[in-house]
Design a protein around this ligand. Structure first.
Ligand SMILES: Cc1cc2nc3c(=O)[nH]c(=O)nc-3n(C[C@H](O)[C@H](O)[C@H](O)COP(=O)(O)OP(=O)(O)OC[C@H]3O[C@@H](n4cnc5c(N)ncnc54)[C@H](O)[C@@H]3O)c2cc1C
Length: 390
């Protein structure tokens, strides 16, 4: 059995087919070896870039294909569904939105065509800090204006792909929190050219994690960033970052749907083949039901992802739907992962089945880029009108 796609336009169906073909040329052993070596999938990312998939959201006038968010979501879903790991490159799709929406024409001309051509990588997103965690308004990294430059000091953590990116989108304080008119004010967004910054006070330190994720800590020791690299207006950066969150949530949710489909296909196939007590294990309802339940969860989450994407594309407020899509899809992928390991018994732990690798990888999405509690908190406060809790 292979899970059928929900009805969607011919163009998206074709994109899915060609992403599947591309992913099929990177065998499971490719991903296993990278996982063993904790290495970055440079060839895979290059193939996706060369095929134009990472620049689908960049408008045609800047060299991209100007497709809607649902096309990007379909691409990332198919990557995950093929057993690959889109975390190596997904950020470029949504980080670029801040530049597109809030950058000057000169900035867009300077960066977007290179990004669209795959010559310039905008893969690093420096928001989270060790001491502030989810409380983004308490970040400490500070950019002080000095003539035609800003001088940046501070530290970011979990800056994924920093070693495999030319540019970083950085959120820093330009006014201390205590002096800002409100806590969400006084932060600014910069494009940091890391090729220059690495020669001028920036240090990147990899963090080893339970899955192969190329994540890092980044230290800024008086790094000089040209004032021309400020995105939009000084002090309004938090708003610019927030404006990209819905797209990020929807794209990550699509990845989780892809993961869930991979686990469900894999579990169903194994349950049909594996014979114990003289019959397929999948004949036992104790084996069937967790897979069937995960399938139902995935389908429900998938509808929410589609709804959120439709609202986003119509320019309507989709905060509620994007958040719910992310939470439900991450929970569905985890339920599917759990069912898949259990169905495989001991083999669920063996590297050669790929289940344990995908299991480790998909766990992340209940924590990053936003944890489930913070989504529930958003729904409680902004949708249900309950009192603010933090
Ligand atoms: C592999 C990986 C890659 C990442 N990549 C990036 C990246 O590229 N760029 C980037 O900027 N960040 C990145 N992150 C950071 C990620 O966004 C954060 O880890 C995530 O937002 C949670 O923040 P935290 O780890 O500081 O947890 P904390 O804020 O310390 O929270 C810890 C736990 O407490 C809960 N909690 C905290 N406050 C509340 C509250 N008020 N109510 C209820 N529960 C609460 C949280 O839900 C969480 O479960 C990455 C993280 C990981 C692990």
């Amino acid at each position: 059995m292979t899970i059928k796609d929900l009805p969607e336009g011919e163009d998206i169906a074709q994109i899915r087919q060609s992403v599947r073909r591309l992913c099929a040329s990177f065998a499971a052993e490719y991903w296993r070896q990278l996982d063993r070596d904790n290495a970055y999938p440079s060839d895979f990312v290059k193939a996706l870039s060369d095929a134009g998939y990472l620049s689908v959201l960049i408008p045609e006038e800047y060299g991209g294909s100007g497709l809607p968010l649902s096309a990007a979501a379909a691409i990332l879903e198919e990557v995950q569904r093929a057993g690959a790991n889109g975390a190596a490159c997904h950020a470029q799709m949504y980080i670029m939105g801040a530049l597109l929406r809030h950058g000057s024409e000169a900035q867009k001309q300077k960066y977007l065509p290179g990004i669209a051509a795959g010559e310039l990588r905008l893969q690093a997103f420096g928001v989270t800090e060790p001491t502030s965690g989810t409380d983004t308004t308490s970040i400490k990294t500070f950019a002080r204006r000095e003539g035609d430059h800003y001088v940046v000091n501070g530290q970011k953590v979990w800056t994924s792909r920093a070693e495999h990116s030319d540019l970083m989108l950085l959120l820093a304080r330009t006014t201390p929190k205590e002096e800002a008119e409100k806590r969400t004010a006084g932060m600014s967004v910069f494009i940091v050219d890391m090729r220059d910054a690495l020669k001028d006070g920036m240090t990147i330190k990899p963090i080893r994690t339970m899955m192969n994720h190329a994540t890092t800590e980044v230290f800024f020791d008086s790094v000089r960033v040209p004032a021309d690299n400020l995105i939009g207006e000084e002090g309004r950066g938090f708003r610019y970052i927030l404006s990209g969150m819905n797209a990020e949530r929807i794209l990550i949710a699509a990845e989780c749907i892809g993961d869930a489909k991979w686990f469900i296909d894999k579990a169903s196939a194994y349950a049909g083949e594996r014979r114990v007590f003289g019959r397929p294990i999948g004949q036992n309802q104790g084996v069937q039901f967790p897979i069937a339940r995960a399938y139902a969860q995935m389908r429900a989450a998938e509808l929410m992802v589609h709804q959120a994407a439709r609202l986003f594309e119509a320019g309507e407020d989709c905060g509620e739907q994007a958040n719910m899509a992310k939470m439900l899809a991450a929970e569905a992928s985890w339920a599917a992962a759990e069912a898949c390991v259990q169905t495989h018994g001991g083999f669920g732990f063996a590297e050669e089945y790929d289940v344990e690798r995908k299991f480790r990888e998909t766990r992340l999405y209940q924590v990053a880029p936003i944890s489930t509690n913070l989504i529930l908190s958003y729904l409680s406060e902004h949708v249900l009108g309950l009192p603010r809790s933090y």
